[in-house]
Ligand binder design. Structure first.
Ligand code: SAM
Length: 275
């Protein structure tokens, strides 16, 4: 038998969301790579599945344990990967294991299931046609401010994970950088007893999170930025002239203006050639 890695989703709160196929998959593997052995053992007990060998894989040990998992696959074993909650690889260990197993030519199977991001997106009522997953923002520094700044022009719905003790700070920073008007949905404790879905604007959200002590797990679903108003021919011409006068060539002036005014390059180029 050839080895296979089986990525198995587990519930994000409500154990009833563990799928029959997930139970079957966990019962049929030789080992399970998991973040926390105690938590995974509890899940296995709930599912009535005898515990196979458990391999701890977390942010610190994923590189080392990947070699151990590959060795098992090489021996023809089936190894499952689960995280503490939801889909492995989504702000959780798993990605590296999948890449390594696929790269080494082993089969990779997936048993899909809940993920907090998609669950929050669907319940938010915000546009689902195009969305972007931000996961956890960097905690500080330019990495954080650049990501927040980019959200200022992001027209797709954005999904952010946040820890309870940081949710106030993040909402306040988003409101001050993006303005209070942007729609936002704060989804808390999804599928659990204290599930709560709050909808409003960023300005209202600042008050909302200030009004109660943040507790539990949060997904912030941020409505997209409105499309920019189309820049007029005069605005494009002025911006081009300024750049050409500053010594830019036509090509770079066109590229800069198209980016700055968010106008299609073709339109800017046509105007530039007429100047
Ligand atoms: N792999 C998981 C998934 O597929 O959603 C995410 C794991 S990440 C380490 C944990 C974060 O997911 C939490 O801090 C929170 O932002 C979000 N999360 C997980 N469960 C949640 C729930 N029941 N309700 C709201 N957010 C949740």
């Amino acid at each position: 038998m050839s080895g296979a890695l089986v990525v198995v989703a587990t519930p994000i709160g409500n154990l009833g969301d563990l799928s029959p196929r997930a139970v079957e998959a966990l019962a049929g593997v030789d080992a399970i790579a998991c973040e926390d052995t105690r938590r995974t053992r509890k899940l296995l007990t709930h599912a009535g599945v005898p515990s196979p060998a458990l391999i701890t894989v977390n942010d610190h040990s994923e590189a080392r344990q990947t070699r151990a998992v590959l060795a098992r696959l090489d021996r023809g074993e089936r190894v499952a990967v689960v995280s503490d909650a939801g889909m492995p690889s989504i702000s959780d260990p798993g990605e590296r294991l999948v890449r390594a197993a696929a790269g080494a030519g082993f089969d990779v199977e997936v048993v899909p299931g809940p993920s907090a991001a998609i669950t929050a997106l669907v319940v938010s009522g915000l546009p689902t046609g195009r969305f972007v997953f931000e996961g956890f923002l960097p905690r500080r520094g330019s990495g954080r401010s650049e990501r927040i700044e980019a959200l200022g022009t992001e027209q797709r719905t954005a999904l952010l994970y946040e820890a309870p003790h940081r949710v106030r700070e993040t909402i306040a920073e988003l409101a001050s950088a993006l303005g209070g008007e942007r729609p936002v949905v704060i989804a808390r404790e999804l599928t659990k007893v204290h599930e709560e879905v709050w909808r409003g604007t960023l300005a209202d959200a600042v008050e909302h999170v200030a009004s109660t002590e943040p507790r539990g797990e949060y997904v912030v679903v941020l409505g997209g930025a409105p499309p920019p108003g189309e820049a007029s021919t005069e605005e494009v011409t002025d911006a081009l002239r300024a750049r050409l006068a500053a010594g830019h060539d036509k090509k770079s002036a066109t590229a800069d203006v198209a980016k700055e005014l968010r106008v299609p390059k073709r339109k800017v180029y046509e105007i530039a050639t007429r100047l």
